[in-house]
Design a protein around this ligand. Structure first.
Ligand SMILES: [Zn+2]
Length: 204
């Protein structure tokens, strides 16, 4: 597949994929959410216009995280009862990817880990429960659900506006964990808090 020669099936505009692991691209002209399927882009019929809030992150912006170069390639916005949070996808050198969660000026880097063991259904777990995943004992501190409000740019995970996400937050092994329950997949996320000073951005 030629990552640089794709066209939006909805409006005909060029769509660039910045990384060969991209699964979803949002057309920057018509805002259609497109799923990368083999060597073409499938329209989902979903578009989402998102309000812009003050943030140092912007699609196409270059910068450094703790001295390592990145380009911001995508963002997903999640809505829950207390507001919303954004997750930014950073393309690092060597096609490595990094995700940054931004919630009211607080930043956290995280990676997604495939779950290798059986896991209790979300419905059966509560704050205070102790569950074991991939041999890590996790003490559950929060149980909640959210909705994908929208996305921009390139995403290396399949996130479609309107989808519901159920999740559990917890701690274990001196780390923070989030377990994400989607209809067809369950993921484990582990993260580290970051300071605003950990990022520098190139002037535009
Ligand atoms: Zn388009």
């Amino acid at each position: 597949m030629d990552l640089n020669n794709l066209v939006c099936p909805s409006c005909g505009a060029p769509v660039k994929l910045k990384n060969r692991f991209v699964q979803v691209a949002v057309c920057e002209y018509c805002e259609q959410t497109l799923v990368v399927q083999d060597d073409k882009l499938d329209p989902t019929g979903k578009t989402a216009k998102m309000t812009e809030y003050p943030t140092p992150f912007k699609i196409g912006r270059f910068g450094q995280l703790k001295g390592k170069d990145f380009e911001v390639i995508g963002m997903v916005r999640y809505e829950y009862e207390e507001g919303f949070w954004d997750e930014w996808c950073l393309n690092m050198a060597g096609e490595k990817l990094m995700w940054i969660e931004e919630d009211e000026g607080l930043f956290r880097s995280f990676e997604r880990i495939r779950i290798k063991s059986a896991i209790q259904p979300w419905d059966e777990v509560y704050p205070g429960s102790l569950i074991t995943i991939n041999n890590i004992e996790i003490f559950i501190t929060e149980k909640n659900s959210a909705k994908i409000l929208g996305a921009v740019g390139n995403l290396t995970v399949k996130r479609i506006p309107g989808t519901t996400l159920k999740y559990l937050d917890g701690t274990g092994d001196e780390k923070q964990f989030t377990i994400e329950f989607y209809e067809n997949s369950i993921n484990l996320k582990t993260g580290d808090d970051l300071n605003r000073s950990d990022f520098t951005f190139k002037e535009e």
